[in-house]
Design a protein around this ligand. Sequence first.
Ligand code: AMO
Length: 469
Amino acid sequence: MRDSSEWKPTSYRTHTIDQVARNGEKLVGTKVTVAGYAETVRGRGAICFLMLRDGTGKIQAFLKKDNMDEELFDSIQSATRESTIQVTGKVAMKRAPKVAEGDPVPPPEFEVNVESGDILAHADTPLPLGVTDDVRVGLDVRLDNRHLDVRRSHVNAMFQLRSKVLQYGREHLISEGFQEINSPKIIAAAAEGGTNLFPMKYFETDAYLSQSPQLYKQLAVLGGLERVFEIGPAFRAEKHDTYRHLNEFVSFDIEGAWMDDEDVMGVQERMIHHIWTRVLENDQALIGAVNEYRASQGNDPIQVTVPELPFPRIPYCEAIEIVKSGGGEIEWGDDIESHHCDIIAAKYPGFHFIPRWPMSMKPFYIHHKDEEKGSSGGQLSRGFDLNYGRDEMTSGGAREHRVEVLEQNLRDVGLDPGDFTFYTDGFRYGAPPHAGWGLGVARLLMVLTGAGNVREVVLFPRDRSRVTP
Ligand code: AMO
């Protein structure tokens, strides 16, 4: 399932299983060492077939008592499923299955004729979770046993897709001149409002876990780095219990100098376009593994369709009108909730931006949209969201770069500018206008993989009732 063609041998194997399977013809007669999990062990008496699986594929190992140490033969024959086993032997072509006349001849398959080996670790029985059998288990059991859950091929594929999304996102931003930074996660002041911070003891003083790299990515830009991005954890002490909220999530953030809200929406849509294009080009096998599982559960396949550029922009005021005309109850100044999003998504089924939110609904660092008022006369902002279906993927905006206005914004939301001097001082010596956004990685993955819950695409999720494993 993974392209391991460039992987080097390690102390435990000369080849990955996929390398043997792909190069079988060349390797026939060559001695190889492979290692993996025992998926099935069949055969009684003097012969035994071991199906061995590593992270790259599966191969049959053929064992004959006469050809090897008897004790080792017996222990492999009685090995429990998922035990880890290393085998050494010559590659051979498997006997071709009979095909009816006129039917296409399948490509040759290869096996390893085992001469020696080792059981590296025995698996306990019973397994708390079937790895290859289709046993339905709830999400909680899966998460309690994530170490086994990830061995399942569609789950493994989802986490490979997660890694690809980060890789393609990174490569796109680098191509647009952004550089990667790492901001502190132990902080003294809230970026997104003070109520949902996790407090922590920090030597003799109090500190918090960071909710967002917001203030620090801005400081990096003010400091002259111009275009930065960060992929890192964010912590929110919210008591939500939904399919899309976690208390720790990975936020994919950018910030750019000499840019406004429209400029960074452009960066966002080009990045998503690039991610989808690359997945379509390179990762059909991963999508296939997810779809194979979906089919087994009676679900429609996911389809990777590269979204058209530009994404629609539906300004907040227009979004409110769409919701109203679709029968939704909403007033100017209200948040756009999931059930409202459904009405908008019926008209705009793909990714769509909702720019120009009321200033009163956006954080203090967002820039006013000076020249424009909302339909009710309320102040609009240069803040936007990116939505897909009923979910918000991203929020962002142009930032307030005038220090007097910024301090007033802080006072307006009941915060003391004196607590933010580490941040506001960054604006005192010349501050370029700048903008940025923060994207929830797991939410984007829900769109790509068809997952119904962010927990499916987060390795070890943290929510109100889960801090282990
Ligand atoms: P915001 O708070 O909207 O904005 O967060 C940005 C994006 O992060 C994701 N997200 C979450 N994902 C899972 N669980 C959560 N509890 C959670 N909270 C947020 C969402 C959301 O759109 N500083 C701004 C960004 C900016 O303006 O640059 C911020 O953090 O997908």
